[in-house]
Design a protein around this ligand. Structure first.
Ligand code: IPM
Ligand code: MG
Length: 350
């Protein structure tokens, strides 16, 4: 990688504000990165009539990594599904083969009071949710039809094949090897055939990972345990839909959805990095958004796609220092603007 090219797809709502903050932090580190921007989501629909224009997709494919903001705009909720902003992120994941979604959730020291949980319970949170991202009910056959009785019916097929399950479960096991050597697979095998296959394949893959202790949990129990005792979790591997829901839940347990980054990886080093919060249209353009999730996503990009782990460590340490020093945006119970929070992180870069 001579000069790594980063595609910046800021998108909708608070996407541009937080992506800009992440860009400032990357610039401050002077890593010799090149940046190119392109519209995505509702912003792209406005200028190009579609949420994922060919030029945007081409840039994402050409780039070494994608730094993504958020998509979603209530103005476009009534459009046919293919034209809605959310299709952009789903299309990017599918087109780039980004099947492995890493969503780390940990409680930053000092944020105990921001958590929806008791401080003593929240303090123990340090987990990674490994979510499958290109299969499941998201991408199965779906549509609307009319039943024999003449009723309108909507349907979405949940499905996985064994190759799709095995490759994400391996990502989970590999992650577990770098942590506490414990992997929890979350499914709904007591009801769903898709989950039964998931569980069978997971047990088969486990034979290649004798050093990792594998356990299984039903998703409803997992949702309950996440608020009861989240400290029990280390690495969780799960499907697309369950991972979507559990990662939002984990984020609030850890203080704020404004703190959680994510990586979507293709297994070969290429990735798309995005805060797990959405476009937050209610606060867009007001300078209130917490930029930490986007900044931490940039750190994940440096670690997973650009082989710059020291720079990633510096960013993560700077965010931790800013939080410990009392920097707080509104979601964390404070009054700082996006700009002030970014300054606090920049100051911590040293
Ligand atoms: C996420 C989001 C997306 C998803 C939406 C915007 C399509 O909720 O990344 O978690 O459901 O995957
Ligand atoms: Mg989600």
């Amino acid at each position: 990688m001579a000069q790594p090219l980063i595609a910046i797809l800021a998108g909708d709502g608070i996407g541009p504000e937080v992506t800009n903050a992440a860009r400032q932090v990357l610039d401050a580190l002077a890593l010799g990165l090149a940046f190119e921007e392109a519209p995505v989501g509702g912003a792209a629909y406005r200028v190009a009539g579609q949420p994922l224009p060919p030029d945007t997709l081409a840039l994402a494919k050409r780039a070494d990594a994608v730094l993504f903001g958020a998509v979603g705009d209530p103005a476009f909720d009534a459009l046919e599904r293919a034209l809605r902003p959310e299709q952009a992120i789903l299309g990017l994941r599918k087109e780039l083969g980004l099947f492995a979604n890493l969503r780390p959730a940990r409680l930053f020291e000092g944020l105990e009071d921001a958590s929806a949980l008791k401080p003593a319970v929240a303090r123990a949170i340090d987990m990674v949710i490994v979510r499958e991202l290109t299969g499941d009910i998201y991408f199965g056959e779906k549509g609307h039809r009319v039943t024999k009785k003449g009723l309108r019916e909507g349907y979405d097929v949940m499905r996985y094949d064994e190759v799709e399950v095995a490759r994400i479960v391996r990502v989970g096991f590999d992650m577990a090897l770098t942590r506490k050597r414990r992997l929890l697979s979350v499914d709904k095998a007591n009801v769903l055939e898709t989950s039964q296959l998931w569980r069978d394949v997971t047990n088969e893959v486990a034979r290649d990972y004798r050093d990792v202790t594998l356990t299984h949990m039903y998703v409803d129990n997992c949702a309950m345990q996440l608020v009861r005792d989240p400290g029990q979790f280390d690495v969780i591997v799960t499907g697309n839909l369950f991972g979507d829901i559990l990662s939002d839940q984990a984020s609030m347990c850890a203080g704020s959805i404004g703190m959680l980054p994510s990586a979507a990886l293709d297994g070969e080093g290429r990735g798309l990095y995005e805060p797990i919060h959405g476009s937050a249209p209610d606060i867009a353009g007001q300078g209130k958004a917490n930029p930490c999730a986007a900044i931490l996503s940039a750190a994940m990009m440096l670690r997973h796609s650009l082989h710059m782990p020291e720079a990633a460590d510096r960013i993560e340490a700077a965010v931790a220092a800013a939080i410990l020093g009392g920097a707080r945006t509104a979601d964390l119970g404070g009054t700082m603007t996006t700009g002030a929070m970014t300054e606090a992180v920049l100051a911590g870069l040293g």
